[in-house]
Design a binder for this molecule. Structure first.
Ligand code: PLP
Length: 391
């Protein structure tokens, strides 16, 4: 086949795989097919729309139960969940925090909000998430552990306190190996599990390996609360601190307004939590549909010479939140043509994020060799992934 035919071939394959090609197929649209109207109507009828109400408590309980995390605290979005998680993991101003360069910008921004510096690390081809082997080799070179028990960067002299793996498109990173690296270098793990609700690593839900983890319920995520997020933790003391710090540090009292520290208003309103409760009830069904869609894509796209399918590893269960194809290295020059052809035909596709080290505000951050990140940047294309495609 002439490689110049590839964009057309991919377009035709996607058109065939999508059961009901409309004029426009979104990358990811929400599905409201459960009790959403009922629960939200109840909020409106009772007046409990804002920052307190039974749905916030219920959503937190249901999330904890679903993920197997002892505690879940709902907040206003995933970025806030990351921010508060980093603070409670002990990140201090002028620390360095290890994050993948291949991530959504919120991961890096949350580090900056703490006054800390993102230290950009590379990902593994198989997971598109942090590569523990490469990280271990790198830390061996640049880190020493001081008598205070913390790792320090030989080059900058700054403390390296936390690592934030991110489970790209719902595919879990190699967590066992990463936990070992954390122990070796005294790093605290905070998981950016914004994309991986419903994804498991060796039978345990993602977000239960880190000391804390952040979930997101933005409109494009596997379930949505409109905007929203949650912090997961197994530590009761930390869970209480998260709640306190995200609710203006108010001391509960019938009428007194007393606050005992400078804190945040990051609460999730009851209206959003009502939506979340209805959505979470449908998650098991969403996951089945996601896997069916992924399977259909896999079968179709594997017929196309030179297109790799981004598939889960053997020991994990991915939520297949966002499906992705990976072009051969020799075809990366065709990426933009493929994006043009599909988007022009009304099938929404997009490249992976611009890596953090190419963004103006993070281009001078410390970093390791990022060759896998740079390769993937040119080769990955996301394709439509809504559960509504599998009615
Ligand atoms: C969605 C997302 C977040 C958080 O996003 P919010 O829009 O603030 O809820 C953080 N990290 C990653 C990787 C994400 O995909």
């Amino acid at each position: 086949m002439s490689r110049e035919r590839l964009p057309t071939l991919i377009l035709e394959t996607l058109q065939q795989a999508l059961s009901n090609p409309k004029n426009f197929t979104a990358l990811h649209e929400p599905a409201f097919q459960g009790s959403e109207w009922e629960y939200i109507k109840e909020c409106l009828d009772t007046g409990w729309v804002s920052s307190v109400g039974q749905y916030v408590d219920q959503f937190e309980r249901n999330l904890a139960e679903y993920t197997g995390s002892p505690y879940a605290i709902a907040v206003m979005n995933g970025t806030a969940a990351l921010h508060i998680s980093l603070l409670l993991a002990g990140v201090q101003a002028n620390d360095e925090v290890l994050i993948p360069s291949l991530t959504f910008v919120a991961t890096a921004n949350a580090v900056s909000y703490c006054g800390a510096i993102p230290h950009l690390i590379d990902v593994a081809n198989q997971t598109m998430g942090v590569d523990p082997v490469k990280l271990d080799q790198y830390l061996q070179e640049i880190v020493y552990v001081k008598t205070d028990g913390y790792a320090y960067n030989r080059q900058t002299g700054r403390r390296i306190s936390v690592v934030v793996p991110m489970h790209t498109f719902g595919h879990p990173v190699e967590l066992d190996a990463l936990v070992e690296v954390c122990e070796r270098y005294r790093l605290v793990m905070v998981e950016d599990a914004a994309e991986s609700l419903g994804s498991y690593y060796k039978g345990h839900h993602t977000g239960t390996y880190g000391k804390l983890a952040a979930l997101s319920f933005n409109g494009n995520k596997i379930i949505t609360t409109g905007g929203g997020g949650a912090v997961l933790t197994a530590d009761e003391g930390i869970a209480k601190r998260v709640k306190h710090l995200t609710t203006t540090a108010k001391i509960p009292h019938r009428w007194a307004f007393h606050h005992d520290e400078t804190a945040f208003n990051m609460r999730m309103p009851n209206l959003n939590a009502a939506l979340g409760c209805a959505q979470l009830e449908q998650l098991p069904d969403f996951l089945i549909r996601k896997r069916k869609l992924a399977q259909r894509y896999k079968e179709s796209l594997l017929q196309v010479d030179g297109v790799q399918w981004f598939e889960e590893q053997n020991h994990v269960s991915s939520n297949y939140w966002l499906n992705a194809i990976i072009l051969d290295q020799s075809d990366e020059r065709l990426r933009n043509q493929i994006l043009d052809a599909t988007n022009e035909a009304g099938i929404m596709t997009r490249p992976i994020w611009t890596p953090m080290h190419r963004l103006l505000m993070y281009q001078d951050c410390p970093r390791m060799d990022l060759s896998t990140t740079e390769e993937l940047e040119m080769r990955v294309i996301n394709i439509p992934s809504s559960v509504t495609l599998m009615e």
